[in-house]
Write a protein that binds this ligand. Structure first.
Ligand code: SF4
Ligand code: SF4
Length: 157
């Protein structure tokens, strides 16, 4: 009899919890159809931004490489020439890679960048089926047009 009493109490408590949430908005969302809203300062996928005239902001200085605590960035710089002015500095990034498997999204690279080139956006869907697909290359990182990454204009350098 005490066992039956305890079971009844447990059942009632369970029903109470169900009743409490019956008329509240659902806690779950229909992901991936519905995306989670992130905080304005959320740090997600990186972008290499351009100036308004399409010139690359990155000058291949490698400060982001030096500051990265997880050694996720690889930059191979090359000289600009009068015929081939890729960036507004003396050099540009001939190769730029970020290993997303290593990145901890700390944002240090964004803070260190003297030209405001590298920014962390709000994209968080970064799953991949292979290691190679998660090493983002320069073409993958360079935005298709200025501001495509949602770059904060207040950070213009
Ligand atoms: S966010 Fe942090 S860990 Fe990721 S690439 Fe930038 S500095 Fe490295
Ligand atoms: S992204 Fe910025 S810090 Fe990194 S190499 Fe380019 S200019 Fe330098």
């Amino acid at each position: 009899m005490p066992g039956l009493f305890r079971q009844s109490i447990a059942l009632l408590r369970g029903l109470l919890i169900t009743g409490r949430y019956l008329f509240r908005p659902p806690v779950t969302i229909l992901y991936p159809e519905v995306k989670t809203r992130v905080a304005p300062r959320f740090k997600g996928r990186h972008w290499l931004t351009l100036y308004a005239d399409g010139v690359e902001r990155c000058v291949g200085c490698e400060l982001c490489v030096i500051v990265c605590p997880s050694q996720a960035i690889y930059v191979r710089a090359a000289e600009n020439t009068p015929e081939r002015q890729i960036s507004k500095g003396e050099r540009h990034a001939d190769q730029f890679q970020i290993n997303m498997l290593r990145c901890i999204f700390c944002g240090f690279c964004e803070e260190a960048c003297p030209t405001g080139s590298i920014v962390l956006g709000q994209d968080y869907e970064l799953a991949g089926y292979s290691r190679a697909s998660l090493i983002y290359t320069k073409p993958m990182l360079t935005e298709p047009y200025p501001g495509a990454s949602g770059r904060d204009p207040g950070r213009e350098v």
